[in-house]
Each structure stands twice: as structure tokens, then as C-alpha cells.
Design a protein around this ligand. Structure first.
Ligand code: T1G
Length: 707
């Protein structure tokens, strides 16, 4: 766990080296081992100083987040913080110089270990990131970070780093004053030793007589104004859904005006309260661990050899097709981008080139890199170019006949044994698979727009999709750096089916006379990225109109039109306002601005009495959770975790909830069912809770435990 040696100059080298994990983390065991090693060095009169480093690629990845799911009481969580904090404090005042030799990434508690050293040297490793990202997990730095960082680099520099959880490259950490030096990796230990041998002092700045915070403390008017601006920005960004950033500010506010020991005490108290919140539990379980599992294909069928990809084909060079081609070529794959005319294929390649240009502007890619990616994209109108592809993805127009034609012509060029994936967003996969000679090799690969920014690929199994096809499709998704969630076939699959209810409910509220601004503001205050009417404009009302028309034709009398149908028909058929792409929908779009259309009030008179914002928020989130629950009951999605991951990555369902089904437990299952029953009575049957939920109410079990 911790390697220990003393060199000929009497310098102890304490090396973090957890044998059971790819990264070092703070656990009870690793901290105990660290304490034992450090006490051994402190007690050894031959030891003049101590270098703390890591034998792994990274330094320390922070506290082991599993610990915060195991113990959920404020007291236990506070005690955990106090133990780590007390150890770090004892070591920094023990009288021997401590140097952190930071060979790789040090985050959270990992960086806090280094802040408890008297000197910090980082290796010039371009992959290293240094930071206190606890806030992204719904917690706060609980091993001294909120007290040491402001005392080291000043309140103005420290607060944004902690409130946003930024991860800095070593050059920025050096500039910020977090590390004292950056050296070539092969000199790291020697430079650390040299600092001790040169008489490095075992005294922290904050323990020196007369210490003052760099840039002043919070009696400084400028800093008070700074903090009030930060608080306002945090409120604007979080709408009260996330306690952690505000509690970090409280730690700084209350702790930096006191001696360090009092500040550490304040921090541990806030840590316990913050880590015990449901938001922290949700962000750790869903936002970190579940996303990690999905990214690592934990759901992949086991006994299928890993598929390798060299050449893939993309049919349709529109916005989605060119985005998919950009992702494939950027991942190093030869990519055929086919459209019905060469000019259209070339235009798709040009879109990929534009995306690459932005990456160069942002310094993420150099000119050679851009040229190499572009060279991998072959625009064509000739299906024969697809020969040799291991996988072909169809992203042509959302019409069955056009898809069938493209599928058939591909089979002629590639033969039936390659994988075929459809990027359809709504059409059932099983039906589309009929046009592919081997439906067992046919699967849905539903990408999200814009492809270069959206991590999720919804992988849809048709009735005949084989395990081998699924496993290889998952390998492909991971190969292009995306995160898959596997769902089963149904109209709209999982993501379109559930996300649609959000903006359908927004339109239903509009039709009931709820003020448009109230609808939109409530939508954003839930933590959704956009208000529901703005989302409808982005999706495009004429596309929604097509889906309603096609579904009505498919299902006939079995079809129940959504409450939003009259609104969509009015806007598309009568008003000709089809959404953002036309510059007008629920909003007017001009000069890069979006403003609610003043004509809305004429079409939908605002009712005299308005619901409160909580009631609107409830309708907008409950409706999504109910549809997700129906999908779970119908086997469209396999688990609450899959539903959560798909909602977080697919349409930005508010992360503080843990995801669209964890939201039920976040509200509380019994309360959620009761609220749905009440909504069903006055807003419509669509809110009636399914039996699967109703029968759980009163059982004392959570949805996650039960399913
Ligand atoms: N806790 C538990 N497991 C962790 C972990 C952590 N902090 N970090 C990584 N792992 C696991 C991960 O789940 C995966 O497991 C394996 O290690 C490899 O990770 C007191 C309270 C460090 C940048 O937020 O950002 O400190 O899948 O695949 O891509 O103030 O891991 O192999 O079973 O991600 O090279 C703050 C979280 C914690 C950093 C490496 N720290 N980790 O990325 O590997 S709170 C963080 C990461 C805290 C203190 C507070 C990344 C990484 P498995 P990986 P990677």
C-alpha cells in the first residue's frame, strides 16, 4: 500500500502504491499505512526529511468515493473528514520537512495530501491534472483543502477552483502558486531531495507569526464584493439544487478569518453535512460510478471476442452523418461518408473539417492532426466504396423507404456479414432489420446531436440482434470514445420516448394558460439545460408533427395523441412557426438571441391564476420519471441505473437527481406516488402512477432496491 525506504542522505521516500487498484485512493487502510510510514520516518532520528510520492501513473485520485456511499450519517462522514484532516495537520507540524513529489494526477484528497507538505514539485507530465473536484461529486474538500488553498494562493484564486472543481495542468498549477516547481519527470525525486538537503524549512506559511492571506482576508471590501458576486453566480448556476458550492463558500467565509485549526474544524462540520445530502449520494453513485461502468462496457456480453475496427461506412452526410464520420475518423478509423450525390458527401466532409478547425483553434489538435483525420474521410456516392468495412452506420432521412433502399444497396456492396447500425431516433429497429440479409447483425446506434459534444450512444437491440452483434457494437462505441447504454426495441426507444414528455408537458402547460416565461424558468430551475418550449424549438415542431402523423398512421385507433398535439398542429399547419431552424417557433430568433414570441399570449391567453413554480417544476420532472418507469416495466430499459445514465448523458436530466429514475427515490417513492395521483386528478391520466410503483408505496423500499 505504502512503500518506505531511507536513502544514504537520511531522506525517507514514502511511496503510495495501492496493489489492488489502478489508482491510489484515500481509504481507511491507505491512510493508516501512510500514517505508519510517516510516523516511522518522524521517529527515526537519522531521517532529516520526507519525500511523498507515488509509484503509479497518477499520484493520488482522492478519497475513495465508495466510502461516502457506505457511511451516510452526518456524524460518520464528519468523522471521516476529521481523521484525514487531523493526520495531515499533525504531519505538517511534526517538525520535519515534507516534500510532495507529484509524478501524476493529484485530485481531491490527493492534492490535499500535497498541500499538507511544506513544498510541492510536479513532474512536467502533460497528462497530469491537479485540482479539488469534490464539488462535482456533491461534496467538498474535507481534508483541509478549503482552508489551505486560500491561505496558499489567496481567496480570489482559490474559490473558483473549488466552487467549479477545476482540474489544472501542471503549468497552470505552477502559475497559480499551487506547486513551487515543475521539473522533468526523471529529476523529480532528486529535486525533492535537494530541497530538503538545501535546508527546506518544516513550517507552513499559515503557521508563521504574523501570517496574512495573500490578497487579504474577508475584511477586505474588495473580497467581500468578490464573494457576493461568486455567491450570486452559484445561485444562478445551481438554482438551489446543489448545496456543495455554497457550503464551500461558507467554509472559506467562516474558516479563513480564524486560525487554521479552527478553520479545519469548520470544514469538517460542513463536510459531514454536505456529504450526507442526497445530491452527494446521487452524483457519486450515478454521476461518477455508474457513468464509469457504462464507459467501461460493464454490460457487454462476456464470451464474445473483442472486435477490432479499421474501416467503417456512414450512410447520409447530413448533420448527424458528418458528425458520426468526424467521431470515427478522429478515433483513427478509415471512414467512408456516402450520400446520394458526390457534392452532398463532400459537403458532409466539409462539416467535419469545420469541427476539426474548431479543435485546432482550441489547441486540442494541431494542423497535422487535422490533416490526418480529414485524410481518413472518403466522401463518395458509390456504394462499392463500402467494401471492406467492418461496420456501416445508416444516418439517412427518417423515412422507412429511404432507409430500406440504403440498407439493401449496402448489403450488395459489403455482403451480409458486416455489422449494420441504424442511427434512427424513433423507428423500431426490428422493422428496419428486415431489409438486411442477416437481422442478427443489425442494431440501433442512436447518436445525439451535436455528435461531437454528446457522449451517449443509445444501443438498441432488435428482436433478432445477436449477443455477438451487441458486444461488437459496444466495442465500436467505446472505440470512438463514446458511452453506450443498451435498450430494447420500442417506438422512440428509451431516450426519445422519455425526453419527448418534457417538452410535451411544456406545451400542455402553455395550452392550459400557464405563462410561457413561468414554464421556461421553471424548466431551467429544475436543472434541465433548457426550458421545454426552447427544446421543442430545437427539436423542430415540424419533425414532432411528422412523428405524430407517422405514429397515428402506424397505430390507427390504438394511438392516443399527446396533450401537445393541438399545439404542434396549430404551429405547423396554421402559423408556420416550426422552430429555431426557421427562426421562429415558440421563440423568435434574431441576432443570436432567443425571445419568447409575443404572439403566444394571443394564441394561448394567460390564465388569471398561475401555478407556483414548484408545481410547474414537479410536472416537468414527474412526467419524465413516469414515462421512464413505464419503459422499465415494459423492458425497454433493463435497470434503473441504465435509465439514469441514459437520461444524464442523453438529454441532461438534472444530475442532482441521480437520473430520471433515481429522481423517484430523491423525491421519495411514497411522496412521488402521492404527488402523481394528485396530478392525475387535475392535470390528466398521463400522471397516473403505474401499478409497479403504487404497489411499492408504503413498502419502505426504494425503487432502486426493488428493481
Ligand atoms: N474513488 C474510488 N474509485 C476511483 C476513484 C475515487 N476517487 N478514482 C478512480 N477510481 C477508480 C475508477 O472507478 C476506476 O475503477 C479506476 O479507479 C480507474 O479510474 C477528502 C472527499 C483519477 C482522473 O473526483 O477523475 O477526495 O472501473 O477509469 O480514466 O477532500 O479516475 O477500474 O473499477 O477513471 O485514468 C475526488 C475521480 C474524490 C477523482 C483517472 N477525486 N477520479 O482517470 O481511470 S472526493 C475525484 C478520476 C475527495 C477529499 C474528497 C479518474 C482519474 P474501475 P478511471 P482514468
Amino acid at each position: 500500500m505504502i512503500d518506505y525506504r531511507v536513502d544514504d542522505d537520511g531522506i525517507a521516500i514514502v511511496t503510495w502504491n495501492n496493489p489492488d487498484s489502478p489508482v491510489n485512493t484515500l481509504t481507511d487502510a491507505s491512510l493508516a499505512a501512510y500514517e505508519t510510514a510517516m510516523d516511522r520516518a518522524l521517529a527515526d532520528t537519522a531521517v532529516r526529511g520526507i519525500v511523498v510520492t507515488s509509484a503509479k501513473r497518477d499520484f493520488i485520485a482522492g478519497a475513495d468515493v465508495h466510502n461516502f456511499l457506505a457511511a451516510r450519517s452526518v456524524q460518520e462522514l464528519e468523522a471521516r473528514s476529521r481523521r484525514a484532516s487531523a493526520l495531515i495537520r499533525r504531519l505538517e507540524t511534526a517538525g520535519k520537512p515534507l516534500v510532495a513529489a507529484i509524478n501524476g494526477t493529484a485530485l481531491g484528497g490527493g492534492l490535499e495530501i500535497t498541500l499538507g507538505c511544506h513544498h510541492r514539485i510536479a513532474a512536467d507530465n502533460p497528462k497530469t491534472r491537479l485540482g479539488l473536484p469534490e464539488v462535482t461529486l456533491g461534496v467538498l474538500p474535507g481534508a483541509g483543502g478549503t482552508q489551505r488553498l486560500p491561505r496558499l494562493i489567496g481567496i480570489r484564486a482559490a474559490v473558483p477552483l473549488m466552487a467549479e472543481g477545476k482540474r489544472l495542468p501542471v503549468a497552470d498549477a505552477l502559475k497559480a502558486g499551487i506547486v513551487h516547481a515543475v521539473v522533468p519527470a526523471d529529476q523529480l525525486i532528486d529535486q525533492a531531495r535537494a530541497w530538503i538537503l538545501a535546508g527546506g524549512e518544516a513550517l507552513q506559511p499559515w503557521d508563521r507569526k504574523g501570517f496574512r492571506l495573500p490578497g487579504g482576508d474577508l475584511t477586505h471590501p474588495g473580497l467581500q464584493e468578490f464573494m457576493s458576486v461568486v455567491i450570486a453566480k452559484v445561485h444562478e448556476r445551481t438554482a438551489g439544487n446543489y448545496p456543495a458550492p455554497l457550503n464551500i463558500l461558507s467554509c472559506v467565509y467562516e474558516g479563513t478569518g480564524s486560525p487554521i485549526d479552527a478553520g479545519l474544524d469548520i470544514e469538517s462540520r460542513y463536510f459531514g453535512v454536505t456529504a450526507a445530502t442526497v445530491q452527494a449520494e446521487n452524483l457519486i453513485r450515478s454521476g461518477f460510478l455508474a457513468l464509469n461502468d457504462a464507459r467501461k462496457l460493464k454490460a457487454r456480453p462476456k464470451d464474445v471476442p473483442k472486435a477490432e475496427f479499421r474501416k467503417v461506412g456512414v450512410l447520409g452526410a447530413g448533420l448527424m452523418g458528418s458528425g458520426i464520420a468526424h467521431a470515427c475518423a478522429s478515433a483513427g478509423l478509415e471512414t467512408v461518408l456516402l450520400d446520394r450525390e458526390q457534392a452532398l458527401a463532400e459537403r458532409g466532409k466539409a462539416h467535419a473539417e469545420k469541427l476539426l478547425g474548431r479543435e485546432v483553434e482550441r489547441g486540442r489538435l494541431d494542423a497535422d492532426g487535422r490533416a490526418a483525420v480529414l485524410a481518413r474521410i472518403t466522401p463518395t456516392a458509390d456504394y462499392a466504396t463500402l467494401a471492406g468495412c467492418e461496420l456501416v452506420i445508416e444516418a439517412v432521412f427518417e423515412q422507412r423507404e429511404i432507409k430500406a433502399e440504403a440498407t439493401r444497396r449496402t448489403a450488395e456492396a459489403t455482403g451480409p456479414d458486416v455489422l449494420f447500425g441504424s442511427n434512427t431516433s424513433t423507428l423500431p429497429i426490428t422493422g428496419l432489420a428486415e431489409h438486411w440479409p442477416r437481422p442478427d447483425n443489425f442494431i440501433g446506434l442512436h447518436f445525439f446531436s451535436p455528435v461531437h459534444r454528446m457522449a451517449l450512444v443509445e444501443v438498441i437491440r432488435g428482436r433478432q440482434t445477436s449477443d455477438a452483434c451487441l458486444a461488437q457494437a459496444l466495442d465500436f462505441v467505446a472505440r470512438i470514445g463514446k458511452t453506450p447504454v443498451v435498450v430494447n426495441d420500442s417506438r422512440g426507444f428509451f431516450t426519445s420516448r422519455v425526453f419527448t414528455t418534457y417538452f410535451e408537458e411544456g406545451m400542455a402547460l402553455l395550452a392550459e394558460g400557464v405563462a410561457p416565461a413561468l414554464i421556461e424558468n421553471a424548466g431551467r430551475q429544475t436543472g434541465m439545460p433548457l426550458g421545454p418550449l426552447a427544446v421543442a424549438d430545437e427539436v423542430a415542431l415540424d419533425l414532432l408533427h411528422k412523428v405524430i402523423t407517422q405514429t397515428r398512421a402506424d397505430l390507427g385507433s390504438a394511438y392516443t395523441a399527446p396533450a401537445s398535439a393541438p399545439v404542434i398542429e396549430l404551429f405547423v399547419e396554421k402559423l408556420g412557426r416550426v422552430g429555431k431552424k426557421a427562426g421562429k417557433g415558440f421563440y423568435d430568433y434574431a441576432d443570436g438571441q432567443r425571445r419568447l414570441w409575443p404572439g403566444l399570449a394571443e394564441q394561448f391567453p394567460v390564465a388569471a391564476t398561475q401555478p407556483d413554480v414548484a408545481a410547474v417544476k414537479q410536472r416537468l420532472l414527474h412526467i419524465q420519471a413516469l414515462e421512464a418507469m413505464r419503459c422499465l416495466d415494459q423492458g425497454v430499459v433493463g435497470s434503473t441505473t441504465d435509465a439514469d445514465v441514459a437520461s444524464l448523458l442523453g438529454w441532461g436530466f438534472p444530475p442532482w437527481t441521480g437520473g430520471v429514475l433515481s429522481y423517484v427515490d430523491t423525491v421519495g417513492l411514497d411522496r412521488f406516488v402521492a404527488e402523481c395521483e394528485s396530478l392525475a386528478a387535475h392535470a390528466g391520466d398521463r400522471f397516473a402512477p403505474p401499478d409497479s410503483l403504487s404497489k411499492l408505496a408504503g413498502s419502505g423500499r426504494s425503487l432502486r432496491d426493488a428493481r
